[in-house]
Ligand binder design. Structure first.
Ligand SMILES: [Ca+2]
Ligand SMILES: [Ca+2]
Length: 492
């Protein structure tokens, strides 16, 4: 009787032991997001003066994707896409709202953190991973097990430093006295550092989302001084650059709080905003460094995959604008770096990659069966050998039926009204000469057109940055019709 009881309990213990061993063999994941971070990162060579030693060291330790692009050049739509592994053209989430869990047909999608939790991971989060407070609401959202400090600016000047044409509290930049330790991103990093110093349940998925260099780009003097004004290099710019881009390209960012290049010049703010953005990027890099140092110190680095990404880029004067909401490289190209177990060190991959590839890639790196419905493709071949070919382009969609297709050597754009752009990225990396109507490139245009995805209409509850193009040819920006001869705001 006694032994009959002992044997089953021994079996239970053995089974528990086995599952504990299996769980700890799975690699941990440190998932680092940076908001509105374009390719002005040392290892991406997007700006000749940028200083990002910590991110560059991570790239050296792993594999960096030099031709990685977001699926949407806007926070909510991009993050919804990469966290669900589905394209914006499939979710219909194009604006800053809705939260996809509030949409009937999307609410049951298994997100990346849920997939990991279903497979024994503990999911922790701090800062901006989903947009705004989405996914972080206690008792409402079921994305994470542990929720740390929210994203935030932390310190504000007494009044806005720059009076922009369409006043918005967030659209501001410059240097003013404050403490780095009081910034939101410092607190986010500190919380992540604390978690890594604890006996965390493993395997863990620790997601850390930094807010800078999202506006307001406030920096302390120390970071500003890295970029002296007299030697500062402004981004490449041509005053007539948009003479050969369709009018529809203007509808993508028709009326926004982000000012045009024209304002930067008239208000003598161009250098200031460039320095501010560079300074904030270097500050964020230092916070990434604090977290990576804590990972090293924890002794868990050898069994932790680090992924670093940004949700989309940002223009600082190029193509006559500031901000995002475009289908050009400065708005779509993002840092994407993997390091850790299973990832080759020193890899520099020139193949196109997409942010929604992270979901299937992490599944494969962790030996998990990916759920059905993912639209990205695992980057495992490139993480082993950065020169491995890839058959898919990177596709960026902004609002209904506007798409950018980025292959290794070309960028093709088609807007909802059928107008097109084509750039030879090898010979014209600044996308200055639109070749879409050049006869000799007809075949290239045809090859790229075939990648355009079927695209669904915006889901119910779509708001903020919504552009509609109707069958009768009318254009509607944020609920207001735009006439074909309306002057371009803040430009004409
Ligand atoms: Ca963003
Ligand atoms: Ca041009």
């Amino acid at each position: 009787m006694k032994s009959a009881l002992i044997i089953p309990s021994l079996l239970v213990c053995l089974a528990a032991l086995c599952s504990a061993t299996a769980a700890s063999e799975k690699p941990n994941i440190l998932f680092i997001a940076i908001d509105d971070q374009n390719d002005w990162i040392g290892c991406l060579n997007g700006h000749p003066q940028i200083q990002t030693p910590n991110i560059d060291a991570l790239a050296e330790r792993g594999t960096v994707f030099l031709n990685a692009h977001c699926q949407s050049p806007l926070c909510n739509s991009s993050r919804t896409s990469l966290m669900t592994g589905r394209r914006p053209s499939s979710t219909g989430v194009y604006g800053l709202a809705p939260w996809f869990r509030d949409v009937d047909e999307l609410k049951d999608i298994v997100s990346l953190p849920q997939h990991l939790r279903n497979n024994g991971y503990k999911a922790l989060t701090t800062g901006k991973i989903y947009h705004g407070s989405y996914g972080r609401r206690p008792n409402k959202d079921d994305e994470f097990d542990v929720i740390g400090p929210p994203p935030g600016v932390g310190v504000w000047p007494k009044k806005k430093l720059v009076q922009t044409p369409t006043p918005h509290k967030l659209v501001d930049w410059g240097v003013f006295p404050h403490k780095d330790e009081d910034k939101g991103d410092w607190k986010v990093a500190s919380w992540a550092v604390d978690q890594l110093g604890k006996q965390l349940d493993e395997p863990f998925f620790l997601s850390v989302g930094f807010f800078l260099p999202h506006v307001p780009c406030y920096a302390t003097q120390k970071w500003f001084d890295l970029y002296p004004e007299d030697t500062l290099q402004l981004p490449p710019f041509q005053a007539n650059d948009r003479d050969d881009t369709p009018r529809f390209s203007w509808y993508m960012h028709w009326k926004l709080p982000e000012p045009r290049h024209k304002f930067l010049v008239e208000a003598n703010q161009w250098k200031n905003i460039v320095r501010s953005y560079l300074a904030c990027t270097s500050f964020v890099d230092s916070q990434v460094g604090r977290v990576l140092q804590a990972l090293e110190k924890s002794g868990k680095a050898d069994n932790t995959i680090v992924v670093l990404w940004s949700d989309h880029g940002w223009h600082l004067g190029e193509k006559l604008i500031t901000g995002k909401n475009t289908l050009w490289d400065r708005s779509t190209r993002v840092p994407l770096i993997f390091a850790g177990p299973g990832v080759a060190a020193g890899g520099r991959c020139e193949q196109p990659a997409e942010l929604l590839d992270m979901y299937p890639t992490l599944s494969e790196l962790c030996s998990l069966k990916a759920p059905n419905g993912l639209e990205g493709h695992s980057l495992m071949p490139q993480l082993k050998d950065a020169t491995a070919e890839r058959e898919w382009p990177a596709i960026t969609t902004h609002n209904h039926d506007n798409h950018g297709i980025r292959t290794k050597d070309w960028r093709y754009i088609r807007y909802a009204d059928g107008s097109e752009e084509l750039y030879d990225m090898k010979n014209d990396p600044n996308e200055w000469k639109n070749l879409a109507s050049v006869t000799e490139h007809k075949a290239v245009v045809e090859q790229h057109r075939k990648w355009i995805p079927q695209s669904r209409q915006p889901v119910a509850g779509s708001r903020h940055r919504i552009l509609l193009y109707r069958a009768d040819g009318t254009v509607n920006w944020e609920g207001e019709d735009v006439a074909a001869d309306d002057p371009i705001p803040e430009l004409d």
